[in-house]
Write a protein that binds this ligand. Structure first.
Ligand SMILES: Nc1ncnc2c1ncn2[C@@H]1O[C@H](COP(=O)(O)OP(=O)(O)OC[C@H]2O[C@H](OP(=O)(O)O)[C@H](O)[C@@H]2O)[C@@H](O)[C@H]1O
Length: 189
């Protein structure tokens, strides 16, 4: 209850209720779904913009493998823009490897924190099967929500899992809705 109440009182949730910017649409394929844990509706906002243009103070969310590679897709852009975060991610993978599957590494920083959702053990041709990726996504997002306290920060995500990991975005979004996640989801213009 507290998490949603606080998110509502500030940030994009509050702004969204006042006026919605022109490039922001609330697509509501699951809008009637209520948060299972809190009995409140969650909000997934869709925005056509570059994820890295998210407001300062937000948590940027993306999917990662447990091998320590940010070698392609949006992960490569994270590596270039946030080299210190890449070192933390790579060192964590070296230490913990496949144990990380289904967890979230939340790397604090400026102007954004970065949430690394470990949704597949491997990548490339060895990427996990879609059903396994979705199961790991459920656990990893729950882990992120548990860590996102004091203060609760806005979650801004790319359509993670949907390209290199080849899981249709709608399936990942369904998991987010089932977990009652408030999130702004970016699609490149
Ligand atoms: N600036 C931007 N703003 C907003 N959206 C942007 C964007 N740039 C790209 N997108 C979109 O972001 C979504 C995710 O697409 P991605 O293919 O990147 O990630 P994924 O989650 O499917 O897979 C993870 C693995 O990809 C990596 O590469 P490696 O395996 O290391 O080679 C990792 O390390 C993992 O292993 C797609 O909708 C892209 O259009």
């Amino acid at each position: 209850m507290q998490r949603v109440a606080r998110a509502r009182s500030c940030g994009w949730y509050g702004r969204m209720q006042a006026t919605e910017p022109r490039n922001m649409t609330r697509t509501t394929p699951f809008s009637s779904t209520m948060s299972q844990s809190e009995g409140l509706p969650n909000k997934i906002l869709h925005i056509k913009a570059d994820l890295f243009a998210a407001p300062a103070g937000a948590i940027l969310v993306h999917a990662c493998n447990t091998k320590g590679s940010w070698g392609g897709g949006i992960a490569l852009a994270f590596r270039q823009k946030y080299p210190a975060a890449f070192v933390k991610y790579r060192d964590t993978c070296k230490k913990e490897g496949a144990e990380l599957l289904g967890t979230c590494l939340l790397i604090r920083g400026e102007p954004h924190d970065i949430a690394c959702l470990f949704t597949s053990k491997d990548y490339g041709r060895r990427v996990d099967a879609p059903a396994d990726i979705l199961a790991a996504t459920r656990l990893a997002v729950a882990d992120l929500l548990k860590q996102n306290t004091d203060p609760v920060k806005e979650l801004h995500a790319c359509r993670f899992n949907s390209e290199k990991f080849a899981v249709p975005w709608e399936e990942t979004e369904k998991v987010l809705v089932e977990l009652g996640t408030d999130m702004v989801v970016y699609e490149r213009p």
